[in-house]
Ligand binder design. Structure first.
Ligand code: FES
Ligand SMILES: [Fe+2]
Length: 329
């Protein structure tokens, strides 16, 4: 089974890495991304000479040059030049990550993944696509749960995802899973009253929220004929206090209508994201005062335990025993 170490992690959008090196944080480690001689490169962002940030330097002929004494390193991590030194360059090296670019994002791995990254559910289809990149003061599990959490929308996103009225509908929920994923499928929701739903959805037949190892969160909104819109967020732990997300927003391409909708969707999604970031930050700030306090898994927190199992590299319980619930949403 893929551990988090052997998995691909989406850490940046392709468009964010141009000619200048870019520093990111991945699981507590600073990493510099740059365009090397053979494509995208990812090295630990610390010059092995005197620990200066390589990302503060520049890229010269596909190698990264440290701003302090000008040592250069290739995309493979090997030192390629020591200015002022005559003779062969000693075999110094800086730790490298596997790196590749796919579907508009940059993926890195600390291990040796045996397959290309899973990106989203509409790969290969004719879709309209938008990319987003966000950062939240939270943990991977809390941020993933937040995206999949239906119970918070009435409160955190009043008016945007839900209507202003307290009207709720009976909804059936089915939880299923597999080796490294778990999903909740909601039916009977009808149409939601919030602004985003009014704009984007016609009739809604089902909504699916899915979590996949190592931190991929997918939402799918289905109409009677097809999936009308879907999002895939790849969450990545930057450090203990921060989780980053690289996201894809997709819809089947129906020309100008899709284009207009996606244009409207993005700012509204950013607005919803800011609302989520506020509550997640509030929880993080507050947790400092009681770091050992336990949280409650309530009756609507369908996915949390299985998500924790998946993150621990274990099989979720829903993979062997699907669950059914009826709730008022
Ligand atoms: S610290 Fe990087 S070259 Fe000296
Ligand atoms: Fe939310």
């Amino acid at each position: 089974m893929n551990t988090s170490k052997d998995a691909w992690h989406a850490v940046a959008l392709s468009r964010e890495v141009r000619t200048k090196p870019v520093r990111i944080l991945h699981e507590g480690e600073p990493v510099v991304l740059f365009r090397g001689k053979s494509g995208i490169a990812a090295l630990v962002d610390r010059c092995p000479h005197r620990r200066v940030e390589l990302s503060k330097g520049r890229v010269v002929q596909g190698d990264i040059e440290c701003p302090y004494h000008g040592w250069r390193f290739g995309g493979d991590g090997q030192c390629s030049a020591i200015p002022g030194h005559l003779g062969d360059v000693p075999r110094y090296r800086v730790k490298r990550y596997q790196a590749l670019e796919q579907d508009g994002a940059i993926f890195i791995s600390n291990g040796t993944p045996d397959a290309p990254p899973y990106v989203h559910c509409m790969i290969g289809q004719k879709i309209a696509l938008r990319h987003v990149h966000s950062s939240s003061a939270s943990t991977l599990i809390d941020a993933a749960e937040n995206i999949l959490d239906v119970a918070h929308t009435h409160f955190t996103h009043k008016g945007l995802l839900r209507g202003f009225s307290a009207k709720r509908y009976n909804v059936d929920v089915t939880i299923t899973g597999g080796k490294d994923w778990v999903e909740a499928c909601y039916t009977g929701e009808d149409r939601q009253d919030g602004l985003i739903s009014r704009l984007l959805d016609g009739e809604r037949t089902k909504t699916i929220g899915r979590f996949r190892s190592p931190g991929i969160v997918e939402l799918e909104y289905w109409g009677p004929k097809e999936m009308t819109i879907a999002t895939a967020f790849h969450l990545n732990t930057a450090d203990v206090e921060t989780v980053n997300g690289v996201g894809w927003i997709m819809a089947p391409d129906h020309g100008v209508i899709t284009w207009a909708k996606s244009l409207l969707f993005k700012p509204m999604m950013h607005f919803a994201l800011a609302q989520d970031q506020r509550v997640l930050k509030s929880a993080q700030n507050n947790a400092r005062f009681a770091p050992d306090s336990k949280i409650i898994n309530g009756p609507l927190d369908f996915l949390r335990t299985d998500m924790e199992l998946i993150l621990a590299g274990e099989r979720p319980t829903a993979a062997d025993a699907p669950r059914h619930h009826t709730i008022e949403l």
